[in-house]
Design a protein around this ligand. Structure first.
Ligand SMILES: Nc1ncnc2c1ncn2[C@@H]1O[C@H](COP(=O)(O)OP(=O)(O)OP(=O)(O)O)[C@@H](O)[C@H]1O
Ligand SMILES: Cc1cn([C@H]2C[C@H](O)[C@@H](COP(=O)(O)O)O2)c(=O)[nH]c1=O
Length: 219
């Protein structure tokens, strides 16, 4: 986020399904709070605001098999706008550290590449939704599509798998490819963490990256 009025910092966590984003965020939160000088705001996309959470339920409902790919992309962007305006920007204005599970990169990877809508169209609707705002730092959890889906199938009942989790392996491989393109486009913003490490090792690495990017936020 590069607006001068925003005193806080916006960190996103990205990666294929099953990469361990939720696990990382939970563990990293405890480690950050031990030494952070400012409040930490945890949030997620789609969701992170009451109306955005309602949109999330529509998008992820496995019963919504007829959802058109562009309608899906627009719903993610609508949810993102609501979340940005009502949760993220107020926290950044107040000087908080915002840690968000997914943001625009997910739309590029999943809708742009996974659904094969293309990067340009997804960028255009997200430019409108976010006024072109980008995270200050992105932690990308690096794992293959196959291993991510294996983890989900091994650990989540079918009833707990969402409409995207149950997509084909080809879809998840295209998503992974989309993330590789993003890593090449934004090598400074996107910091890569090997997601085949233990959860504890991943959390320690993430903490080191956040502290080195924003030392002013730590005691
Ligand atoms: N470093 C790890 N090594 C092995 N298994 C892990 C690791 N991190 C998480 N897992 C397991 O993999 C599964 C998926 O983890 P998690 O829910 O954190 O991923 P996620 O990226 O948030 O997934 P999704 O995007 O689908 O919500 C869980 O069962 C979790 O226990
Ligand atoms: C923000 C965003 C998300 N997705 C996908 C990625 C996941 O499959 C689900 C969200 O589920 P999670 O358990 O919270 O990771 O939605 C997407 O396709 N496009 C997006 O912009």
């Amino acid at each position: 986020m590069d607006s001068e009025q925003l005193l806080g910092k916006f960190i996103t966590v990205e990666g294929p399904d099953g990469a361990g984003k939720t696990t990382l965020i939970n563990g990293l939160t405890a480690k950050l709070e031990a030494s952070l000088k400012v409040p930490l705001v945890l949030t997620r996309e789609p969701g992170g605001d009451p109306i955005a959470e309602q949109i999330r339920r529509i998008i992820l409902d496995p019963a919504n098999t007829a959802l058109d790919p562009r309608a899906e992309a627009l719903l993610y962007a609508a949810s993102r706008r609501q979340h940005l305006i009502h949760t993220v920007l107020p926290a950044l204005t107040a000087g908080h550290l915002v840690l968000c599970d997914r943001f625009v990169d997910s739309s590029i990877a999943y809708q742009g590449y996974g659904r094969e809508i293309g990067e340009a169209g997804i960028l255009a609707i997200n430019e409108f939704a976010t006024d072109g705002r980008q995270p200050d730092l992105t932690l990308y959890l690096d794992i293959t599509a196959e291993e991510g889906i294996r983890r989900i199938q091994a650990n989540r009942s079918e009833a707990d798998q969402n409409r995207l989790d149950v997509e084909t392996i080809d879809f998840h491989q295209r998503v992974h490819q989309g993330y590789q393109v993003l890593r090449e486009q934004y090598p400074d913003r996107i910091q890569v963490i090997d997601a085949t490490q233990s959860p504890e090792a991943m959390q320690d690495e993430a903490l080191r990256i956040v502290q080195s990017h924003f030392p002013q936020f730590f005691a």
